[in-house]
Design a protein around this ligand. Structure first.
Ligand SMILES: [Zn+2]
Ligand SMILES: [Zn+2]
Length: 279
C-alpha cells in the first residue's frame, strides 16, 4: 500500500483523492487555527491585515482539486506504467543504503527549488503570465487554500518535478512520500499569510537562505521578485530577492513585538481584575 511501484489500478484511481484529501486536511487544520480560532488574537502576526473573500477560497479550492487530479495522473504515468522501469525508483533500501536515503530527502528539496524557481520565472514571461500564471496571482492576499491553485497547464509543469527527480536520482518510496509531503507543507506555509519565523531567523547564517511566508506573500502582493519556494538561494544568486523584503519583515515584526506587549499587558490586567474580584 505504501510503495507506488506495487499499486494496483484501484490504488491509482484513489491517488488524486488522497492528494486532494491531504491538502484539505492540512489546510483545514491551519484555517481553523489561524482564520477562525485565533483570528483576532493573532491578527498582529498577519502579513496583510485584511482577510480574503469567500469567492477567493472557492476559486483556490477548485483549482487545487484540478491540480490534485493532474499530480495524481503524472505520478501514475511515471510510477504506475512501464515508464517506471526506465526511472531510478527503487524499492529495497539496501540497494543504496540508509545514508543515501537520508541524503536524498534534502536533495529532492534543493533540486525542486531550482526547478520551481526557473519554471516560476518562465511563468512570469508576459506571454505566459496572463494566460496561465494569473490564475495563481488572482490570490493577491493568498490563504493556505492557494497552495495548489494553479492553471491546469501550470499544474502539469509543476508536476514535471516528479519525472525530473525520478530520472535524475535514485528515489525510495520513503524519500518520495517525504518529498511530496514536505512540498505540500511548505506550499501551505508560503501562502499562510502569517509570519511564523522569528526576526533573528532572517540574520541567521542558515535561516537567511530559507524562504519565509513574508517573502512569498510579497510575491503575491507585488507580482514580481521572490520567486523561490523553499529557499532564497536562486533569488539571491539572480538578484531577484525584492529589495523591500527586509522593510516588510521589519514592519511585520514591529507589529508582532507591539502585539505581544499588548497581549501581555491584557493578560496582567485580567489577572489583576480576577484577583481583585475573587477577594
Ligand atoms: Zn508568480
Ligand atoms: Zn504562491
Amino acid at each position: 500500500m505504501f510503495n507506488p511501484a506495487e499499486f494496483s489500478a484501484a490504488h491509482w484511481a484513489l491517488v488524486p483523492l488522497i492528494i486532494f484529501g491531504r491538502y484539505v486536511v492540512f489546510c483545514a487544520l491551519l484555517y481553523a487555527v489561524f482564520y477562525v480560532w485565533k483570528r483576532r488574537a493573532w491578527l498582529y502576526r498577519k502579513i496583510q491585515q485584511h482577510f480574503p473573500h469567500r469567492a477567493d477560497y472557492i476559486r483556490e479550492i477548485g483549482y487545487s482539486a484540478i491540480a490534485s487530479v493532474i499530480f495524481g495522473g503524472i505520478s501514475w504515468l511515471c510510477l504506475g506504467t512501464a515508464v517506471r522501469e526506465h526511472t531510478l525508483f527503487y524499492s529495497d533500501i539496501d540497494t543504496y543504503g540508509r545514508l543515501w536515503l537520508a541524503i536524498s530527502i534534502p536533495l529532492t528539496l534543493l533540486i525542486h527549488d531550482t526547478y520551481f524557481y526557473w519554471i516560476h520565472r518562465l511563468m512570469h514571461h508576459p506571454a505566459l503570465y496572463r494566460r496561465i500564471h494569473l490564475v495563481h496571482h488572482k490570490s493577491v492576499n493568498p490563504s493556505p487554500w492557494a497552495a495548489y491553485a494553479f492553471h491546469p497547464i501550470e499544474s502539469v509543469l509543476e508536476a514535471g518535478i516528479i519525472p525530473v527527480l525520478l530520472f535524475s536520482i535514485p528515489l525510495h518510496p520513503v524519500s518520495f512520500w517525504a518529498f511530496v509531503t514536505l512540498m505540500l507543507l511548505f506550499n501551505i506555509y508560503g501562502h499562510l499569510r502569517y509570519e511564523l519565523f522569528s526576526r533573528k531567523t532572517y540574520d541567521h547564517p542558515v535561516g537567511r537562505w530559507i524562504n519565509s511566508s513574508v517573502h512569498h506573500n510579497m510575491h503575491h502582493e507585488k507580482f514580481d521578485g521572490n520567486y523561490g519556494l523553499c529557499f532564497t538561494i536562486w533569488d539571491r544568486l539572480c538578484g531577484t530577492l525584492r529589495e523591500d523584503s527586509m522593510d516588510k519583515v521589519e514592519k511585520v515584526h514591529g507589529r508582532i513585538s507591539q502585539g505581544r506587549a499588548t497581549a501581555e499587558t491584557e493578560q496582567v490586567n485580567s489577572t489583576v481584575i480576577s484577583y481583585k474580584t475573587s477577594r
